[in-house]
Design a binder for this molecule. Structure first.
Ligand SMILES: Nc1ncnc2c1ncn2[C@@H]1O[C@H](COP(=O)(O)OP(=O)(O)OP(=O)(O)O)[C@@H](O)[C@H]1O
Ligand SMILES: [Mg+2]
Length: 439
């Protein structure tokens, strides 16, 4: 990879770290607890990689080349070098707040102010470097300069965002992914320019925002602190092996399964005390695992059940729409649902959820137990729903198919999110391929 790509990717990651630091400062200010271990990992990473490696290589290779080829840049370079020297001191000052337990950090004004100062200095630094150094470097540096710089930057790997990310940074990584999700991680990069930095800063609030969600069956904790976002219009896949907690997660979001800790926000509203039927009314519609259509009831009655909370006047209109999409359901509308094939029952289950006019559609393993051809058909349907602008959270054991159509995906392992990224990034990630795709 060319040094320009490496440096820009590292800048993007630094920017996301700054966003994450801001978000965490807000949490502390709001009285929420943030585990000290998060800061330890964060500071270790900045010290070890960003200061020790990224900045050191800019100082050692990029800046000298720029000084030589573009004397005008000297003043800016001096400033940036000074910031490289001062950064570690600020970091040490922040690290000085650690070691007295989580409680000492909550609402700690000096620490919060220190975090915010660090984040804004980091952003300013990255911005200046991009504008004043990287942009002109493209034209003034010679091929042999780039060869040296590329060799230097090419011989390290980022232990947090890189292909060989280390286990100790896992938590930090997931936190960053959930707080600063765009184009992050798993080696993927978004093409072109730096406009996305502004986009990331003004990113809209997610439609569904889950933080630290826990849920238990008696003494078995099935969800151990899930952070997950779904933005409006997105198709997000949640994949993972048998018993990982996928179903439990969806049931907790729709309110059928009680949560024991954490927070679920939907369209900006805290759902902690909102009953399941109210959540349906708010637009969270759930197509459950195993379809669960009412076999003896007619297909049309099954669909009407999905609309039980809707004003009667709208139901017929919605039925028409569903029938237009699935003509076979209209053909058989008066027959008992139990007479449908497995694939058709799955269409019915999805359609029933659609009758609630979802703002967020939760689909639990829609491909389960279906023949391969039908699996494909179900995924086509999901694609169509997405194209119609429905926001979808799709749970699947069939990871390959799910990742193929998802905008973003999360991997769940025994109650924890262990990986996330765009669908395509996940498919091309070696770890994911080995663990979940059997390839
Ligand atoms: N009703 C229940 N009572 C007790 N434990 C349960 C119950 N339902 C699920 N569990 C446990 O909770 C954990 C998560 O189960 P869950 O059904 O959410 O997983 P899943 O990812 O949906 O699995 P699958 O792929 O098999 O559908 C598992 O350890 C499971 O044994
Ligand atoms: Mg399940």
């Amino acid at each position: 990879m060319h040094a320009l790509d490496i440096i820009q990717e590292e800048h993007r990651n630094l920017w996301r770290i700054a966003i994450t630091i801001d978000a965490v400062a807000n949490e502390l200010e709001a009285g929420q607890t943030v585990d000290e271990a998060f800061f330890t990992a964060l500071f270790d990473y900045i010290r070890e990689f960003m200061d020790g490696c990224h900045h050191a290589k800019e100082d050692g290779f990029l800046f000298p080349a720029m000084r030589e080829r573009s004397p005008d840049a000297a003043a800016v370079i001096e400033r940036l070098e000074a910031e490289h020297r001062e950064g570690p001191q600020h970091l040490r000052a922040l690290a000085g707040f650690l070691g007295q337990g989580n409680a000492a950090l909550v609402g700690n004004a000096a620490f919060i102010e220190g975090l915010r100062g660090y984040a804004s200095a980091l952003k300013l630094h990255v911005r200046t470097e991009e504008k004043e150094i990287i942009a002109p470097a493209r034209t003034v540096l010679l091929p042999e300069d780039w060869d040296r710089i590329t060799a230097a930057f090419g011989d390290h790997t980022d232990p947090l965002f890189g292909d060989r990310a280390r286990a100790e940074y896992r938590e930090l990584y997931h936190r960053i992914v959930s707080l600063a999700p765009d184009s992050i991680g798993l080696g993927g990069r978004s093409a072109g320019g730096f406009q996305h930095l502004d986009a990331a800063r003004t990113a809209p609030e997610p439609l569904l925002q889950v933080r630290g969600l826990t849920s238990s069956y008696g003494r078995i904790q099935a969800l151990k602190g899930i952070d997950l976002d779904v933005y409006k219009g997105e198709l997000v896949a949640l994949v993972g092996a048998n018993g990982a907690g996928k179903t439990t997660f969806l049931r907790t979001v729709s309110g059928i399964q009680p949560m024991s800790g954490g927070a679920i926000r939907f369209a900006g509203r805290d759902l902690a005390r909102v009953r399941a039927d109210r959540r349906v009314r708010a637009g969270i519609c759930h197509s459950p695992e195993g379809r669960q259509v009412f076999g003896p009831l007619s297909i049309e009655d099954n669909l009407r059940l999905g609309a039980y909370l809707r004003p009667a006047g709208q139901v017929d209109e919605d039925l028409e729409r569903v029938y237009a999409m699935f003509p076979v359901l209209q053909e058989k509308r008066l027959l008992p649902a139990g007479t449908l094939s497995g694939g058709q029952q799955q269409m019915l289950a999805i359609s029933r959820a659609l009758m609630g006019r979802p703002r967020l559609l939760l689909l639990d393993e829609p491909s389960m137990g279906l023949a391969p051809l039908l699996v494909e058909e179900v995924f086509n349907v999901i694609r169509t729903l997405k194209a119609q602008g429905i926001t979808i959270l799709l749970v699947e054991q069939n990871a390959f198919a799910a990742l193929g159509i998802a905008d973003r995906a999360y991997v769940l392992e025994t109650g924890n999110i262990v990986l996330s990224g765009t669908g395509q990034e996940m498919i091309s990630n070696e770890q994911v391929r080995a663990a979940y795709l059997g390839m």
